[in-house]
Design a protein around this ligand. Sequence first.
Ligand SMILES: *[C@@H]1O[C@H](CO)[C@@H](O)[C@H](O)[C@H]1NC(C)=O
Ligand SMILES: *[C@@H]1O[C@H](CO)[C@@H](O)[C@H](O)[C@H]1NC(C)=O
Ligand SMILES: *[C@@H]1O[C@H](CO)[C@@H](O)[C@H](O)[C@H]1NC(C)=O
Length: 432
Amino acid sequence: MGVVGQWFFLAFLVIRAKAAQQVPDVHRCRRCKDCQITNSGGSVSNDDIVLASIPSDASSGSFGPAIFGRRWDLIPSCQQCQGCSTRLESIKAGFKLYNKTFALEPPMSSSSTYVFQATTDALPPGQRAVVKVFCVPPSDDPWSLLSAVNRIQACSARAYKRTQLVLALYHIGQDCGMTDLLPKMWVANVTGVIPTGETSGRVISWLGLWAQRVQGLSLRSFLSTRQLPPQLVMDTMHHKLNSTQVVLAAIFDLLTSQRDGHTKNIFIQEDGQIKLIDIEDALGLQWTYWGINSVLIPTTKRHEATRRLKGRERLTQLLDYRCQLAGSSKILGTNYPPAVSQCLTKIASKTVAEVKEYYQIPNLFQARTLKTRAQDMLTKGFEWTYLYGEPRNYPGAFMHLRSPPSPPLCCKFEWHEDSGVECSHPPENPSF
Ligand SMILES: *[C@@H]1O[C@H](CO)[C@@H](O)[C@H](O)[C@H]1NC(C)=O
Ligand SMILES: *[C@@H]1O[C@H](CO)[C@@H](O)[C@H](O)[C@H]1NC(C)=O
Ligand SMILES: *[C@@H]1O[C@H](CO)[C@@H](O)[C@H](O)[C@H]1NC(C)=O
């Protein structure tokens, strides 16, 4: 190597060293292949989890990218960057249960809402979180992004309200002695990159909705997967299913006027405890006057559909709260657990405006729905409320109401190699 060659080689080394020092901050990149986690810890504290409130400095623009006044076409795609707080992982990564590997079901969501899993210091070691991020722009082509400004703004405002509602429902659950029924939830910044797919590498740095990942399978998967032996499934449903929680879940769905209560949103853990996820389609959304639709509430379309299930999925019928009540009455009436009676009394005694303020419910209409439900459940009882309470269902194609309700099918099921799941004795049909 000549003198000139040596000089060039040295210059090359210097430039390379400089480049290594200057790993750009993630906020300077539109996409980033490899983002170093250098910002961990600081963003989430245990208070975020305990209070589960929207951060006080958040605005309706905090749930989407801050793209105003930035020249996106000048923001580069980076190979490497630093400053991420969270390593986002695909939700489809396998996990172990019953000594078998399962994949998480891809959650149903709109095209701009992404769901990931992640680890966080905010949870005890070994527990993982699910992170919902809203308003991810459809493409990073600069023109479509600029034309998307209004859409992102509107999306973020909607996500803000939706998150407010989720947290309100979470606090209602906590107030009514249902803490075990809902995964922990909180709102915190997510600074990370999308791990896979078409938008892989895209930088996210805005507020997301975090939840503790539930250890279990959705009831739908639990009952339908061939990965589990039938005996284990039968045993769990008959002997481990937590009856108290089944009744509490029905109370929660009625009180909050749940419209999306299907068996993919009810999780069952190995120990038989249940958890409710995706609870936010509740308290009567503005666009339609549809009261309630949940497998847990008799008279509704989803509940009635459980009667037609075949095979192992028939065990869904054991989620009928009437089959899980202690004693032989099969009617809940106003015999609520003490914590429920207390919270119903508390809600009913407030004005609609006070209810809205107390739970930080996004709008008055939803606060009125909650108050009306609480009053009805307290004074007229559980069964009256799902039959006649407002907002109510009506007989008809969409607003299903079966009146009188079909009687519960409280079978003791048995497994037969040839015929599958059978009722071992005729279901008890109480007068109702
Ligand atoms: C779990 O699975 C592994 C491998 O399939 C097996 O060796 C082990 O005995 C199983 N453990 C239990 C408790 O079933
Ligand atoms: C989230 O990030 C934004 C922008 O970086 C910042 O202004 C805000 O204070 C952060 N919020 C929280 C709760 O950390
Ligand atoms: C059943 O659920 C209730 C309410 O969440 C809880 O207090 C109780 O410990 C649970 N029972 C079992 C056996 O897990």
